[in-house]
Every structure is written in structure tokens, then in C-alpha cells.
Design a protein around this ligand. Structure first.
Ligand code: N01
Length: 544
């Protein structure tokens, strides 16, 4: 066993894994309690997935006045965002500011991956090993590893043969990359591609976009943050955050009208009323269609009305009718894959230097030394950008070897589908918590609000259960089974089942297809979590 600091095996009350928004706040709460904490982070700095996703055009698609911490009134009053949707560099500034402001760096270790976590039943502690050969022990372990953090590159034939530059949007280099004068290929047309393609197209001599499935995308309508609007938000921040927490998705947006949930059915209102709602949201931009008519997620006919509306709008953005036709998603429900929010994405296909290559019917055959082979054509390029997504929700957790009570292996416990009571803890894994993990609603609500709520829930558990040698907490198998039944019941009529998305684990070959998130909405989820520990944690096996 090697040791970490000064050759001494270290013991902590809590080990946190991941310095994204959730991990940083968790660490802050633990520090405030006066407990000892160590945070490990694979990157060289804070920011979590934002640290790595620094591809051109990366920015948040929930308004920044909402996609920011709410736990500290002074912080939210003092910080000022420059744009409606913050860019990756501005998000990094914010994360670094938070790390300094709350003195977090002293307990962080960067460039260090956690490779295993084993529960020692006798000691009732976790033994945690890292990529730097350190071994530490902790009473509690919190995995804040993020649900979109484990990047995925498909195993293309000839991947190693290609001699040009390769870039992965989810692990973009720190050094500036410039595609001036280059022939560039982008593989994928999800959110990361939709954000980066317009900017890369401005630099490249020739850009080829390899599209298997087109995306629905709404203009973000980003711009400088209106200072009057910011003032209004700050005057009412507390009340407004409460409204966010009590909402279904955890974001209500300043343009309140556009985010107001429409409780009606899309097919029971008149055509005029429906179009009025859609046009109002289209003008507002971004993700506000998520709160449009109540049955858009569960009724195909209702969903088709919105899909048709967006397809018409998309057609009008592309000059060449053939290209436009290829860019229209037709074989899955709108919002079945996550909506994209863009700036000039479809208009980019009107440029002379951009070519859309549909690989729906003829996949990329192989990578060659000089480019990509599709059908009988070799596309010779200087750089290939893999915008091919993530092993979402479970990928980062499964990269750690986790063994709980009786040597129970988490991967085996999750075979088929992940299982976690309230998305927070798994049976057989005492004192181990997941933030933004599977079986909670991270994928479909504002991750900021969800993780703040979960951090506070975990923090209270740690306080309630305490640090005695005997202290341990895990959900009963019955509680876990019932949560899984509830989650599947709530999600069974969702149209999400009809798309091959990361929501369903369907974007990774061989990954079992299963709904990975709870679709009950943030407000209901919070009620469930409150109820979950009623009567002195009766749904748990507890010892203090
Ligand atoms: O990943 P994706 P992403 N051959 O999985 C294609 C969040 N996010 O990184 O759809 C060819 O959406 C794949 O094709 P298909 C957001 O939640 C947010 O773009 O599987 N193509 C698809 O087009 C988002 O949902 C922001 O047929 C292959 C693409 O690669 C999530 O992250 C910005 C392929 C992957 O799209 C993931 O987005 C960025 C193959 N073998 C991301 N394999 C914000 O705005 C995959 N593809 C905040």
C-alpha cells in the first residue's frame, strides 16, 4: 500500500470524486461542517465536464443566471455574467472563482483519477486507490463524476491508421487549435457538433460533416446579458430560485412567459392557439419547448405537431432543398433526443466550404491514412473531429472498480441497468453516494439545481449518521426495488423510448438499453427524497 502525503496513509471523513459543480459544492458543505475531506479530480483544474469540453463554441444552453449556484446569496449577487448563455471560458472563470472564494483548492488533488473504492465492512470505511498509487480511507465516499463526462469514440475500422490530427470534443486540447486552411471532418451532429460546426466552418478551407442522425435544433438567441434584466433577477433572486426548485425542470428563465409550462394538450387546443405557443417559444429561443404542451413527451400525435413546426422552421434556414431534407429529423420524436440550442448551425450549410455527408444508409467504412472512406469515396482531410458523445450517466462510475459489502461488485449489481434508490445510493454499498447519477433526474432537469439539492440531502445524511466507527447507511433492497418500479412506471409512456439516445444508453454499442433517468420532474423528485428518509430513515439499513 502506498501513501499519499509525506508517506502517511491518510484517513478522511469524506472523499469526493470530481471537481465539477456538484463535487465542489459537496466539498464546500463538508468543509463547513469542519469534517476532513479530500477531493480527487482527473483534470488539472476545477470545472468537471466544462474543463474538458473546451471545443470551439462550447457554451451552456440553460440561461446562466439559472445555471449557476444558488446556495450563496452574496455569490449570486456579486457575480455578473456577460452573455445570456455563458461560454466555456466564462464558466471556467466562474468555477475558479468559486474554488478560490470558498477555499476549496487546499483539499483538492488534480490530475488524479480514482481507480477503485472498496468497502471494508469491519472498519465500516472505504479504501480508495488512485492513479497516482495513493491509498486513502474515508468514512463516506461521494461520486460526483458527472453524467456526461466519459467521452466515447466509436471503434471505427482503421482508427489507428489515420495519420492526420484527431480531436475529441469531450477532451479538447488546452492549446489553441486553428483549422485555418485545413480540410476538416466532423463526425456526429449532436449538441457538441451543432455548437462547434459553425465556428470550425469559418476557419476551415473545407468542412465535411458526417451525419448519421439529424438533430432538432432551436436558435439559442444568445447575446450580451441585458443589464436591466440582470438587475430584475438579482432583486428577486431568492424568490426566483425557489420557483426554479418548485418547477418541473429546474429552470424557468427570465423570459418567464416562454418557460411557463403549458398544462394543455397540444392536440386539444385550436391550431391557432398551438401555433401561437410555438411561435412565442421559437422567438424566445433555446430549450423553452420543454415546457410547452403537457403531452409532448407522451403522445406521438401531439409530438408530431411540434416536430412538424420545427422541421418547417429548419427548412427555411437552409438554401439547398436537398441538403435541407437531409438535415430534417424524421424517425424519432422531437425531444426524444436532447434538443440542441444553436447559433447559425443550419445556416452554416449554406456556405460553399461546407458539405453534409449523410451516412445514415452507408456508414463510415473505415478511416484511411488520409481520411475517411464512405461508399466508394475517400474524403481526404487534415483533421478529424469526433463529436461522438458520451458513455453517459453510468460511464464514469463504471470506470471505477467499486466493491461494497461482502465484496459485492457495483458493475455486477448494475448488470442490465443501473439501480440506485432515489438515484443516490445502491443497496449493498453503505456510505457511498452518487450525485447527478443514474435513476435520479439529472438528464432531464437543470443539473445545477438537482446537484445542489442532492448535495444538501447527502450532507444532512452525513450529519445524521455521523462519524462513529459503527456508523453506516444504505438503502434496503426493497426500497431500491420499489424505486426502480416507480421510476419505470413513471417513464413507461415516455416517447424517450422511441429514440436511440444516451438517455436510453442506446448510443453505446453493447450497452443495455434502459431508461437511465427518473422522469418525475424536480419537484416530485425532491418530495420523494424528503419522504425517503422519513421515520428515522426507515427505508434504509442504518447504524449509528
Ligand atoms: O453527443 P450526442 P454530444 N458513426 O450523443 C454520432 C450535452 N451537451 O456530445 O445520433 C457515426 O448527442 C451520433 O449519431 P447518432 C447534451 O445533453 C450539452 O453532441 O447516434 N456517427 C450523434 O450525432 C447532449 O445531449 C451542450 O446516429 C456516430 C453524435 O455522434 C449531450 O451532452 C453541449 C457514431 C453524438 O451526439 C451529448 O452531446 C454539448 C458512429 N459510429 C453537449 N457514433 C450544451 O449546450 C456516434 N455518432 C450545454
Amino acid at each position: 500500500m502506498s501513501a499519499l502525503d509525506n508517506g502517511v496513509q491518510q484517513e478522511f471523513d469524506v472523499v469526493v470524486v470530481g471537481a465539477g459543480f456538484a463535487g465542489m459544492y459537496m466539498q464546500h458543505r463538508i468543509q463547513q461542517r469542519g469534517l476532513s475531506v479530500r477531493l480527487y479530480e482527473a483534470g488539472s483544474g476545477v470545472g468537471g465536464t466544462w474543463y474538458w469540453n473546451r471545443y470551439p463554441g462550447a457554451r451552456v444552453d440553460i440561461e446562466s443566471v439559472e445555471y449557476s449556484y444558488s446556495f450563496d446569496e452574496e455569490l449570486q449577487q456579486e457575480w455578473s455574467w456577460s452573455e445570456r448563455y455563458a461560454s466555456q471560458p466564462e464558466l471556467m472563470k466562474y468555477c475558479n472563482h468559486v474554488a478560490d472564494r470558498f477555499d476549496l483548492r487546499k483539499n483538492m488533488r488534480f490530475d488524479t483519477k480514482v481507480v477503485s473504492a472498496h468497502y471494508d465492512e469491519k472498519m465500516r470505511r472505504w479504501t480508495i486507490k488512485t492513479s497516482k498509487q495513493d491509498t486513502v480511507s474515508a468514512k463516506y465516499c461521494v461520486l460526483a463524476t458527472g453524467f456526461l463526462s466519459s467521452g466515447s469514440v466509436p471503434d471505427f475500422n482503421g482508427l489507428q491508421d489515420y495519420q492526420g490530427n484527431k480531436y475529441l470534443t469531450s477532451k479538447w486540447p488546452k492549446e489553441e487549435v486553428n483549422f485555418n486552411g485545413q480540410r476538416v471532418a466532423v463526425i456526429g451532429t449532436g449538441s457538441s457538433a451543432v455548437q462547434s460546426i459553425p465556428i470550425i466552418a469559418e476557419q476551415a478551407k473545407q468542412l465535411y460533416v458526417f451525419q448519421r442522425t439529424p438533430s432538432f435544433s432551436i436558435p439559442a438567441r444568445n447575446g450580451p446579458l441585458d443589464r436591466d434584466y440582470e438587475k430584475r433577477v438579482k432583486q428577486n433572486y431568492r424568490d426566483w430560485r425557489k420557483q426554479q426548485r418548485d418547477s418541473r425542470g429546474g429552470f424557468i428563465s427570465v423570459n418567464f412567459q416562454a418557460m411557463k409550462p403549458n398544462p394543455k394538450s397540444a392536440i386539444e387546443v385550436s391550431v391557432e392557439e398551438r401555433l401561437e405557443d410555438y411561435e412565442m417559444r421559437w422567438r424566445s429561443g433555446g430549450l423553452c419547448f420543454y415546457s410547452s404542451f403537457a403531452d409532448l413527451f407522451t403522445n406521438q400525435e401531439a409530438n408530431d405537431t411540434l416536430a412538424d413546426f420545427i422541421r418547417e422552421k429548419t427548412k427555411a434556414r437552409v438554401n439547398d432543398p436537398e441538403t435541407a431534407e437531409l438535415l430534417l429529423p424524421k424517425d424519432y420524436p422531437i425531444m426524444g433526443k436532447r434538443l440542441c440550442a444553436d447559433t447559425n448551425y443550419f445556416e452554416t450549410y449554406n456556405r460553399d466550404n461546407v458539405t453534409l455527408v449523410s451516412i445514415k444508409d452507408s456508414p463510415i467504412e473505415k478511416l484511411t491514412m488520409a481520411g475517411l472512406q464512405v461508399r466508394d469515396h475517400e474524403y481526404k482531410v487534415d483533421s478529424i473531429i469526433f463529436a461522438t458523445g458520451f458513455d453517459a450517466v453510468t460511464g464514469a462510475i463504471k470506470n471505477i472498480e467499486i466493491c461494497g459489502r461482502d465484496g459485492k461488485n457495483l458493475q455486477e449489481h448494475w448488470e442490465g441497468a443501473p439501480r440506485a434508490y432515489l438515484g443516490l445510493m445502491s443497496s449493498g454499498f453503505p456510505n457511498l453516494f452518487f450525485l447527478d447519477g443514474p435513476c435520479s433526474n439529472g438528464a432531464l432537469v437543470s443539473p445545477m439545481l438537482l446537484s445542489e439539492y442532492q448535495v444538501e440531502w447527502v450532507d444532512k445524511c452525513i450529519d445524521d449518521i455521523g462519524m462513529a466507527e459503527s456508523a453506516s447507511l444504505e438503502p434496503s433492497l426493497v426500497a431500491e426495488d420499489e424505486w426502480m418500479e416507480h421510476m419505470n412506471e413513471v417513464g413507461k409512456d415516455s416517447l424517450l423510448h422511441l429514440a436511440n439516445s444516451w438517455y436510453m444508453g442506446a448510443n453505446i454499442p453493447g450497452k443495455p438499453r434502459a431508461l437511465l433517468s427518473y422522469l418525475g420532474g424536480l419537484e416530485t423528485y425532491r418530495q420523494q427524497c424528503q419522504a425517503g428518509r422519513e421515520n428515522n430513515y426507515e427505508r434504509f439499513i442504518k447504524s449509528i
